[in-house]
Design a protein around this ligand. Sequence first.
Ligand code: ADP
Ligand code: MG
Length: 384
Amino acid sequence: MSDPILPGATIGVLGSGQLGRMLALAARRMGYRIHTFSPEAETPTGQVADLEVVADYADLEAVRAFARGVDVVTFEFENVLSATAQAAAEYVPVRPAGAVLHTTQHRLREKTFLARAGFPVTPFQPIRSLADLHQALQSLGTPAVLKTAGFGYDGKGQVKIAAPAEANSAWQAIGGQEALLEAFVDFEREVSVVAARGLDGAFAHYGVIENAHRNHILDVSLAPSALPPALAAEAVEVARGILDALNVVGVLCVEFFVTRAGTLLVNELAPRPHNSGHLTIDACVTSQFEQQLRAVCGLPLGSTEQLRPAAMANLLGDLWQAGEPDWAAASAFPTVKLHLYGKQQARAGRKMGHLTALAASAVEAAQMVRVAREALTPATEVSS
Ligand SMILES: Nc1ncnc2c1ncn2[C@@H]1O[C@H](COP(=O)(O)OP(=O)(O)O)[C@@H](O)[C@H]1O
Ligand SMILES: [Mg+2]
């Protein structure tokens, strides 16, 4: 095994959003330098990085120059082109490898990989034409969800189909591009397992995190989850199997549906720290971001022990509608932690920050974090 990359070295991150920012903060705390690469300037990651490179992901000469200036490349944005990861890999290790990105950035490749490897997935069919869609609606039934194969996140590129008659409009809505149709899962709950795999194949996980979505965007996560221990252990084993099968070096999150029959279905994978794992920053010995850093640097993984039950609530741009949120009000909760990502524009649905609450139980923490978030905005009736 190659020598570990030690403090003083420079981490290169492709992408410049909040995930890169929180990785950068963990890296800087441990004495690493951090460079970020993305098409944007003044970014959440760039604000806290040693160097912010602004160039297109397709500008392979810029990617090569970036790679020459760092000791390892990782990413926080999974839609980076394969060619970009390959160009970087000419100079330094890219972790996780470009092949992991290639599989997970495309829903059809990802689901096909999972199904072939024997992991439980939502029933799906590839869609490349309107005729495919009509046929798939016949065999999978309705309701169903049509999802674009590439570039989906936070519910973007998805249309729910309630009846076969909606096929045309759904196909139009996604722009008639390569897609997949999934059976709609009437799930009992959604959970995720954030896990890490080291350069030596070591595995670590944060247990099962429970997630509530609003408008297809993660709203609140809590841990530990109340899932029966046997099912929780099964979810962790599925995650372990996936990280091994993909030969991941880094952090990967597996999103699951828990069906009403009490079985697990993998919804999707994220080959990087995940929104549902943000609570690990305040609640665990090693955050998911420090874990990513350790893994990609070839260091031993840190303890994932959770010190206190916790819950996280996302702060979306919608919160800014009536002006700047009342930060002092959130500070009035002594066990609620505020995280803001430094984004200039508060657009509806945009992830601007999050709150994490620590309490005696996960349920209590979830109540507290919701109350704290409500305290950020004055009651709408009162505003003129
Ligand atoms: N097949 C499905 N059945 C039921 N709900 C779904 C299905 N697919 C997606 N959803 C809902 O939409 C959310 C976002 O979908 P997901 O596939 O995870 O895409 P994204 O990349 O946008 O996170 C899920 O967490 C879930 O709440
Ligand atoms: Mg998702």
